[in-house]
Design a protein around this ligand. Sequence first.
Ligand code: DC
Length: 218
Amino acid sequence: MSLIHRAVAIDGPAASGKSTVAKRLADSLGMVMVNSGAMYRAVTWQLLQDGVSSRDEGAIVDAASKMEITCGMEEGRSTIGINGRFFNEELRSSKVNDFVSSVAAVPEVRERLVKLQREYLETSDIVMEGRDIGSVVFPDTPYKLYIDASEEVRRARRAADGEADAVAARDAQDSQRKTAPLRISDGAIVIDSSHLEIEEVVEAAKEALKSLGWEDLS
Ligand code: DC
């Protein structure tokens, strides 16, 4: 791990509020917010485009290995491009939601994306959110948070966003896979956001970082 740059690792299940907290924290601390889920989603989008089946792991590995993946940063946020195409809202489509956990379970895909995720720390202080950030991507960072929320609240949040997303099914797949399953990593502080306003979650996250040893935090 870089000795110069700091990484805040935020993990948690789908729709737990971790992206919003990660963005607010990154802005408030002058860091870059890296959305690792967008990387898995972009690979998934391209696999759908290529007509690859979610059940054919060999075809996923083969097609993914041929993709040119470009990770960047723009205005304090990570960006992701595949074969020169950069993505936005299309990564939240129900087709991507349905397929992404199968893609994220493939070890070869994870290995490639984890390497790209670690490269962010070579140039920037980052707040990275995902499923395995504290356990696999940056196991040495002392700043690990796990943002949780009840399944009911998470389903309601997705519905309020107008997004079709079977959060429970996705969580089950993400928690039960063999490689880098979603779990609370050692040393992480858990924040339950079910009944908190976003500002309260951000405050709780800052308090947690202080108790994890972050000294110069306002
Ligand atoms: O955070 P998200 O819902 O956009 O992530 C989409 C999927 O990507 C999620 O269901 C599991 C996978 N993912 C992962 O396996 N590891 C990460 N670090 C981030 C996301």
